[in-house]
Design a protein around this ligand. Structure first.
Ligand SMILES: Cc1cc2nc3c(=O)[nH]c(=O)nc-3n(C[C@H](O)[C@H](O)[C@H](O)COP(=O)(O)O)c2cc1C
Length: 320
């Protein structure tokens, strides 16, 4: 098995999968300023991948080999679709495959997928087995939460550790808690103890409320998890993985130029495939931490075309 997980530095960083955010364009922008040790794709439906609606799913699985190691994250509830998907993922050249067992979205949960699998260990076992068979040597991991209604670390994480996975990413909240309470990092020592007892080879990746590289080191030292996954922290500070640049030292011009780079890449990769208005929401990422940022964002949210957005940015740059 070509297992990239065991070659990573410890502690290692992972950019969290974020649907509608961490597509190939955003990941390329991140990579151009400082990359995490591991990238994940947005979560992608197994049923979509193997059905007629392939296009959207394939968009989500679009990646550049220079992004490696990159893991394809997939979701579903049908083991045979997972098996087929894992075969595709291996064929496409991904570094690994990850099963989403944490998504709280009502439609996903209703279909018996995502977080619903926390309440269905026997189906989860079947799915992991199917993915391993389809992945044929590609490392298999799971991203999950600490429980559904309440904390179930012992039974649920204990169960996953018995499935012999290469890595488990744990968003340290229950499904019920969504993202409304602080992440329960205090549970990490219990998780590490369990891992040491049940399956010392499985890497543990903690996730929730981490916003800097110094916090990554701190979490590793305090709790012993090998990796830390960062999501929204990067959405508001794309320079987060850079070891030398401090957020406060980045000029307005650099921020706006990075936004322009995102827009250029979006045009090049997606063209007409994705709606241009999806670009507007990224103004929160690039247009912040300078005086006048909020007023500029407001104007950006009113633009309808890419051309209008670009000329707004260029005009602003000229007056800096
Ligand atoms: C906009 C958005 C989209 C997300 N999409 C996914 C996804 O596709 N797959 C997944 O496992 N988690 C997804 N998540 C959850 C994140 O991966 C992560 O677990 C969560 O944001 C907590 O980490 P953070 O505190 O570092 O943001 C998403 C979160 C956000 C905010």
């Amino acid at each position: 098995m070509n297992n990239f997980w065991i070659k990573l530095p410890i502690p290692f960083t992972v950019l969290a999968p974020m649907d509608g955010v961490t597509d190939i364009v955003f990941r390329s922008v991140i990579k151009s300023i400082a990359r995490p040790d591991v990238f994940f794709t947005e979560f992608t439906s197994c049923d979509g991948i193997i059905s007629a609606g392939k296009n959207i799913s394939m968009q989500k699985l679009n990646f550049d080999p220079n992004e490696k190691p990159i893991v394809a994250q997939v979701w579903g509830s049908n083991p045979s679709n997972f098996y087929q998907t894992a075969k595709y993922v291996k064929k496409f050249g991904f570094s690994g495959i990850d099963i989403n067992i944490g998504c709280p979205d009502k439609t996903v949960v209703k279909s018996g997928a995502g977080a619903a699998l926390i309440n269905n260990p026997s189906l989860t076992r079947e799915i992991i087995k199917a993915v391993k068979e389809g992945a044929n040597g590609l490392p298999v991991s799971v991203k999950t939460r600490i429980g559904f209604q309440k904390e179930q670390v012992e039974e649920w994480i204990g169960f996953l550790l018995e499935q012999d996975l290469e890595a488990i990413s744990i968003h340290l909240r229950t499904v019920k808690e969504l993202s409304k309470v602080p992440a329960h990092w205090e549970l990490m020592p219990k998780i590490i103890d369990l891992r040491n007892k049940i399956n010392p080879k499985t890497l543990i990746i903690g996730n929730g409320d981490v916003n800097s590289l110094s916090e990554v080191d701190e979490k590793h030292k305090l709790y012993g998890c090998e990796g830390v996954m960062i999501g929204t922290g990067v959405f508001s500070n794309p320079w987060l993985f850079n070891k030398t640049i401090k957020m406060e030292d980045i000029s307005t011009l650099e921020r706006l130029d990075l936004y322009l780079k995102h827009i250029r890449l979006f045009n090049k990769i997606w063209g007409e495939e994705k709606k241009p208005v999806t670009l507007r929401k990224f103004c929160k990422t690039y247009v912040n931490n300078f005086s006048g940022a909020s007023a500029l964002r407001e104007k950006m949210m009113q633009t309808e075309t890419i051309e209008d957005l670009v000329s707004l940015i260029n005009n602003y740059k000229q007056n800096l």
